[in-house]
Design a protein around this ligand. Structure first.
Ligand code: UDP
Ligand code: MN
Length: 458
């Protein structure tokens, strides 16, 4: 496939109305970090920026080669004067590589892209427009999927969009645009406020980024930096938005090609970054994060200067952030009860992994009760959900599956009758039971003498 290719224009008509954007948009430096990226995908990223951005808005394209052991691109890039190549002298990791790129940037706005992207028509103007109007606005394009085997570009329809959240494992998640946000806007193509950003693709005013203390440079390679920037953007006076008029494709790979690194796994680094994040930004809510780690925080280094940064910026509390920006997040403290749910007749407990995309839409399983939490930890919410993080038990015909919580009761509403040991499903005369082979949860007509319907909190 060519380094340049045509793509359909994904924008809503609303985006193309004359006068929609400021006449004088700020210029941006585009920063692309890469570690052993294939030439073809990297060059397609760069050409898509050059070909689909108004020239006067792109100050420069800064490539930060994070110690790749591959042939260099310099010769190919010689004829493109806007392209600057910086090479790190040791492997820095994505976070520090971005900071190095930002340090070399001359434009007033920084636009970060991954090294395997394709910018669609008109992607840049709507991003810069938001920042031109408000310097503390941090904006992300809609991230479309570039198929990792066929490179097919799959546009996301603006009206069925998601926003960013997170769970207490400090994992970024997508969830449907909340009702309150749909109501706040007049048109589905207008910018959408989002509690968090996915991380790879966004624009930010350079001075605002610096005022926020950029990224915590104590973070390793990759991970949780997107949440750090999201939390402090909101808590320290900014706004974070997804701009539906701006589309950029991204190749989602099944496996990260960057690990292990110096004997550390992605999980080790993620944990260290998560603890630094929780220590500095999450106030008393960090308890929930540490609980998931069994209170074994490991060595997370020194965070004194990051705490000082937050104090000096007079940022709002994490509670304010949760109450006002992310009220959809379910906190373990909101649970009516939590623990294991076991069947005394079989000794089995309701057991399911969560919350990767692969854990959803599958029947919920059973496993001998171990009383260690983990995949057997369930919380019953005030709304009658049986959930862990963003995953809910969901009545799907004969089976009970795990599904993204939707907060509207319906087939995620259960009534726990402790006295009779029954879990009634919704408002039907059906109860949670186990399949004949005792492997999965099913729904059955409630019956007083069916032991497979006995449930206790354990
Ligand atoms: N990257 C880097 N150094 C690293 C790890 C990653 O420069 O040590 C770059 C990588 O080439 C990519 C970006 O950082 O352009 C984000 O990484 P990746 O795409 O693997 O993250 P994902 O999109 O899977 O979250
Ligand atoms: Mn990527």
């Amino acid at each position: 496939m060519s380094f340049k290719r045509k793509l359909p224009d994904p924008r809503d008509e609303w985006c193309k109305v004359p006068g929609r954007y400021l006449k004088n948009l700020p210029q941006t430096s585009v920063i692309i970090c890469f570690h052993n990226e294939a030439w073809s995908t990297l060059l397609r990223t760069i050409h898509s920026v050059m070909d689909r951005s108004p020239g006067h808005l792109v100050k420069e394209i800064i490539l930060v080669d994070d110690y790749s052991d591959m042939p260099h691109l310099d010769e190919y890039m010689e004829k493109y004067h806007k392209v600057k190549i910086i090479r790190t002298v040791k492997r820095e990791g994505l976070i520090r590589a971005r900071l190095i790129g930002a340090g070399h940037a001359a434009g007033p706005v920084l636009t970060f892209l991954d090294s395997h992207c394709e910018c669609a028509q008109g992607w840049l103007e709507p991003l810069l427009d938001r920042i031109g109007r408000d310097r503390s606005s941090v904006v992300c394009p809609v991230i479309d999927v570039l198929d990792d085997t066929t490179f097919e570009y799959r546009f996301q329809n603006a009206s069925m969009m998601f926003v960013g959240g997170f769970n207490w494992n400090v994992q970024f998640i997508w969830y449907p645009i909340p009702e309150r946000e749909i109501k706040r806007r007049n048109n589905s193509a207008e910018p959408i406020r989002t509690p968090t950003m996915a991380g790879g693709l966004f624009s930010i005013d350079k001075a605002f980024f610096e005022r926020l203390g950029t990224y915590d440079s104590g973070f390793g390679i990759w991970g949780a930096e997107n949440l750090e920037l999201s939390f402090k953007t909101w808590m320290c006076g900014g706004t974070l938005e997804i701009v539906p008029c701006s589309h950029v494709g991204h190749i989602f790979r099944k496996h990260s090609p960057h690990f292990p690194y110096k004997g550390m796994t992605a999980q080790d680094i993620m944990k260290r970054n998560s603890v630094r994040l929780a220590e500095v930004w999450m106030d008393e809510y960090n308890y929930y994060v540490y609980e998931r780690m069994g209170f074994d925080l490991g060595d997370f280094g020194d965070v004194t200067s990051r705490k000082e940064l937050r104090r000096n910026l007079h940022c709002k509390s994490f509670k304010w952030y949760l109450d006002n920006i992310y009220p959809e997040l379910f906190s373990p403290g909101d649970a009516v009860v939590s623990g294991g749910i076991g069947n005394d007749w079989s000794g089995l407990c309701i057991d399911s992994p969560c919350c990767k995309p692969s854990s959803f839409n599958k029947p919920v399983g059973l496993y001998p009760c171990h009383r260690l939490g983990g995949n057997q930890l369930w919380m019953i919410s005030k709304q009658g959900e049986i959930r862990r993080d963003e995953a809910c038990l969901d009545y799907a015909g004969g089976k009970i599956i795990l599904y993204l919580c939707h907060g509207t009761k319906g087939n995620q509403y259960f009534e726990f009758d402790y006295k009779n040991k029954r879990i009634k499903i919704g408002l039907m005369n059906k109860c949670v039971a186990m399949s004949r082979d005792k492997k999965i949860l099913i729904a059955k007509k409630c019956s007083a003498d069916d032991e497979t319907q006995n449930w206790d909190l354990v």
